[in-house]
Structures are given as C-alpha cells and as structure tokens.
Design a binder for this molecule. Structure first.
Ligand code: FES
Length: 199
C-alpha cells in the first residue's frame, strides 16, 4: 500500500497495470476479511445465545406442577425434578428439566416444599445425616456441599451467625387436591441476598 501511494504521487491520474492489479488484490482481500468476520459472528452469537438460553425461558417460573401424592410423603424430604416444555422462536422441546424441589410432610401433616438450589450461591442442596452436637443422635438435615451450610428440615439455617447463606432455604407454595395430589408452585429466587426475591 505504501508503494501504491508513492506511485500515485509520481504519476497523478495515470494507473499502471501493476497498480490496477494491486487495487484488485486489495479489494479481494478486504472482501475476504469482511466475509470471514461475518461467518465467525454466527457461532459467537449462537454460543452467547446458548449460554443465555435458560434465562430466556420466561413464563415457567411461578407455574404450578403436580409432582407427587400425599401417600408418597413422610418427614424425610424427597427430591423431585420439575420438567416442562421449553420453547424458543424455532424449537419446542418437551420434558426438559427446569429445576428441583424437595417435598416432605411434617408429623402434623403439613406439606412443605423447598427449592433445591442453595440461596447462597446456587449449589444443589442435599439431604444428609449428621450427629446432633448435644445428644449425639443421628439427625436428618439439609446440607449444602459447596460451603457447608446446614438447614433444618423446615428449611431454617441451623447457624445463622456463621451461615454463608443470608437467608433460609426458599420455601415454595404447595396445594393438595381432594385426590391427594400434591402441587408445587415452582419459582426461582435471586441468590446471595437476605430477601427472598423471585426472578
Ligand atoms: S452455595 Fe450453599 S453454602 Fe454456598
């Protein structure tokens, strides 16, 4: 390009065949770079879209799902997977997992449901047996394997003063119909804050 500019100053208004060839080569190269960038942009856009995919599934959070029956429940929490049809502008995919819920029935017969996602940073909470510090008895508790938070079966933080999570487990609304079917209103909540804020 530098030579081309110098030559034009030497012979203004007159391009040699060599100069015209240089110009044709330059235009071809510019077109090739432009087309290459456009092709590269497609997978980049696709990748970003895939990364954001779960966030784009609006309309699922807050929906009610029938997950079990009263007869299947006792005091020990059971984990249930929530599935639904996930759709975008092009594809509709049935039976896609959208979350997990713990459900239990208290000794008094109350049905409780909790988000399985830890409110601290989003790890999957587990049900675990631990020794009670005072009695030495084995007790069943919720336990987060990521940073060690422990929650009672009512979802409350066992040690709020040292807990990493700023709030207890996120409880979910439940409903039992006349046939004993248990419905849960599935909801995601903002992580890492003291308020239980739906997202
Ligand atoms: S993600 Fe559960 S304690 Fe940190």
């Amino acid at each position: 390009m530098e030579n081309y500019a110098e030559n034009r100053q030497d012979h203004p208004g007159q391009d040699s065949e060599e100069q015209r060839e240089d110009r044709r080569h330059f235009v071809k190269s510019a077109l090739a770079v432009g087309l290459g960038a456009a092709c590269a942009a497609v997978p980049v856009y696709g990748g970003a879209r895939m990364a954001l995919y779960p966030l784009q599934q609006t309309g699922l959070s807050g929906k009610e799902y029938q997950l079990t029956t009263l007869a299947n429940l006792d005091e020990t929490p059971r984990l249930y997977s929530v599935t639904d049809t996930v759709a975008d502008a092009w594809v509709s995919s049935p039976n896609q997992p959208i979350g997990n819920v713990y459900i239990r029935k208290t000794a008094e017969g109350e049905v409780q449901a909790f988000q399985a996602v830890c409110p601290h940073a989003g790890c999957r909470i587990k049900v675990d047996k631990q020794k009670d510090a005072e009695s030495g008895d084995e007790v069943t508790l919720f336990f987060c394997p990521c940073h060690g938070d422990v929650f009672s079966l009512d979802g409350e933080r066992v040690s709020p003063e040292t807990s990493k999570s700023a709030r207890s487990m996120d409880s979910l609304e439940t409903r039992v119909d006349e046939e004993g079917r248990v419905f849960v209103k599935f909801q995601n909540f903002r992580l890492g804050c003291a308020e239980k804020s739906p997202v």
